[in-house]
Design a protein. Structure first.
Length: 266
């Protein structure tokens, strides 16, 4: 089953408690720090549009890209719930962040909620950063977060159960991790049970989300290979120095002053 296929139907319910308002404010402050003149944003992996809708309220125009047609369908539905002035600042379209070509550059690019950790091979990472390089204006900034390797290995993911419900649906999600240590990858095996409160119909869903935990030196190397460089890395939403207790870390990235080519360093 494709990642975020059937799962997309329950995504907003599963993450209803996520602090999208606070996270959007945090990203806005980062943009004010690293690209204070930014007006246009490209979001790689926009999901159901929750971050984008919040960021639009700060005056940004935003183009969201996502691979999942189901997630984008939800994003367009969510647009109907916001004021027309906000909806007019937003655009969502389908694309793969590894090879999408928009023939446009943006003041800033963002990729949130560990989208970069879904790029599980070196080729995936390289291609995604190449997309950033092609779409980022010379003075722009790329902000992304990821699973941070030192913390993942120090505080390994365990089996977790999450239960939620709304007016019509009850959802139970079991997440079971499987480590692949030689690939720096964790398979998060989701087993989801849903019950329709009206009909009593029960549905069972299984999806595996493969996540790569990333380390700062490897990110620096991959980014340098495509002409990008890190200007900051801190704890997500807490601004501490990354370490063994920092599962979520954000990186602020710019065009490199000098491009480092893997087989010909300068």
């Amino acid at each position: 089953m494709n990642v975020f296929g059937t799962y997309a139907r329950y995504y907003d319910l599963l993450y209803a408690s996520k602090d999208y308002v606070g996270e959007a404010e945090f990203v806005h402050q980062l943009l004010q720090t690293y690209a204070p003149e930014a007006k246009s944003i490209l979001e790689l992996g926009c999901g159901t549009g929750a971050h984008a809708i919040q960021l639009a309220q700060y005056g940004y125009s935003l183009h969201g890209i996502d691979l999942s047609a189901e997630m984008l369908q939800r994003a367009h539905q969510n647009l109907n719930q916001v004021p027309p002035t906000i909806a007019a600042q937003l655009q969502f379209s389908q694309g793969d962040i590894r090879d999408v070509q928009l023939d446009e550059q943006f003041d800033a690019i963002i990729s949130l909620f560990h989208v970069m950790s879904y790029q599980t091979t070196n080729a995936d990472l390289m291609a995604s950063f190449a997309t950033v390089k092609a779409h980022l204006k010379p003075n722009g900034v790329f902000i992304f977060d990821c699973w941070y390797g030192p913390a993942v290995l120090s505080d390994r993911p365990t089996v977790r159960v999450k239960r939620l419900e709304d007016e019509t649906l009850q959802v139970t999600r079991i997440a079971e991790p499987t480590f692949h240590p030689n690939d720096n990858v964790v398979d998060v095996n989701y087993h989801i049970f849903t019950r329709d409160k009206t009909s009593g119909t029960v549905q069972e869903i299984q999806e595996t989300h493969r996540m790569r935990y990333l380390f700062q030196p490897e990110l620096d190397l991959v980014m340098a290979a495509v002409g990008l460089e890190r200007v900051a890395s801190r704890g997500w939403m807490i601004e501490n120095m990354p370490g063994f207790d920092t599962w979520g870390v954000y990186f602020a990235v710019r065009h490199a002053s000098e491009t480092y080519v893997l087989n010909n360093p300068t």
